[in-house]
Ligand binder design. Sequence first.
Ligand code: SF4
Length: 268
Amino acid sequence: MPKPKNAMEIFQVLDKSNCRECMEKTCLAFAGAVYLGRRSIEECPKLDRETIERFSEKSEHENSIEQNRDAYLADLKKQVARIDLSAAAERLGGRFSDGRLTLKVLGKDFSVDAAGNLSADIHVNPWVAIPFLDYVLNGKGITPSGRWVSFRELKEGQERYPLFQKRCEAAMKQVADHYTDLFDDMVHIFGGRQVAEAFESDISVVLHPLPKFPMMICYWKPEDGLASSLNTFFDEKGADNLEIGSIFSLGAGLALMFERLSQRHGFS
Ligand code: SF4
């Protein structure tokens, strides 16, 4: 269905019991949060699958992004086939051997050969393959500064934030709310590092989805009737190594990986 015109359209399908299981004070508050993209409709446990699917359909904009994604990925592979991979390895701090450039992605080897073919120690989804190839082609090898900024503070981040919030932060938050081992998995499976709680969060983990592109994920647990929250932060200099479209793609790809992981453990 097309995007709801207002929060009341969402409110109409809710249970209206104000039961607070979604951690919002009222159903109306929940409807408003869904309308603004802060919450996802499936976070109300009282809704049936049909209603959830009706309200979760992708917008035309999202559909066009997905259609263009595959063409863009094919184009990036062609471009990579035309560059000197050994020079790229030097620029990016990677390894070049047997005609392949290898970089660490989430602590695992991720390689591309001279024909643009990808191989990795982890499952490669297209959302992650795109930023990897973009990084190989255009990454400047700039060293991160250690100062964290939000997606909105990145160049052109403000206008892309609503979709990033939905496809990355809201999707990750939903996994984190139900699958409490997620942050341990980030550390043990994805080579992350738990750091001092930043921005007064309850948990902060730094991941390295690309060598000079750290990303911090902060999670606030639900408390005193307030819903949980999850935000991502990027190094202000590291983000010079990747353009905003690729950062969006990376966030969506990581959220998808975390969802799959929680499904494998029977949490969704
Ligand atoms: S979970 Fe939230 S939205 Fe759903 S019925 Fe309860 S208060 Fe309303």
